[in-house]
Ligand binder design. Structure first.
Ligand SMILES: [Zn+2]
Length: 114
């Protein structure tokens, strides 16, 4: 099995709420004791689209693809998507090392053969 890139979340040390955003106050209990936790980037493909006119800060990337992914921990995240030829919605995806401009955005591709 391939190793998935880890994706960072923030977890409240008081009520254990996970948040994908980089925040320092828990949205649920307002505790400020948040810690970064790393979660393997594994899940399934929900949808994806092609961006043909990237915003200026991504211009060097040219045409790129953006997807929505449901991670195995129940979180829905958006990120870059590296499409293959016969990818289907619902396919298993895995996070891969990113070569993109913005390194805080996770990059996913479909995991072939399980
Ligand atoms: Zn909390």
């Amino acid at each position: 099995m391939l190793n998935a890139e880890m994706i960072s979340f923030h977890q409240c040390m008081h009520c254990n709420t996970l948040d994908a955003l980089c925040i320092d106050t828990c949205a649920k209990c307002l505790n400020t004791n948040m810690e970064t936790v790393m979660i393997p980037g594994r899940g399934k493909l929900v949808s994806w689209t092609t961006i043909r006119k990237p915003p200026l800060r991504f211009k060097s990337d040219g045409i790129y693809h953006v997807g929505v992914f449901d991670l195995d921990n129940g979180f829905r995240v958006t990120g870059r998507f590296l499409p293959g030829d016969d990818d289907q919605l619902g396919d298993r995806v895995i996070a891969v090392p990113s070569m993109m401009t913005e390194h805080t955005t996770p990059t996913f591709r479909v995991q072939k053969n399980g």
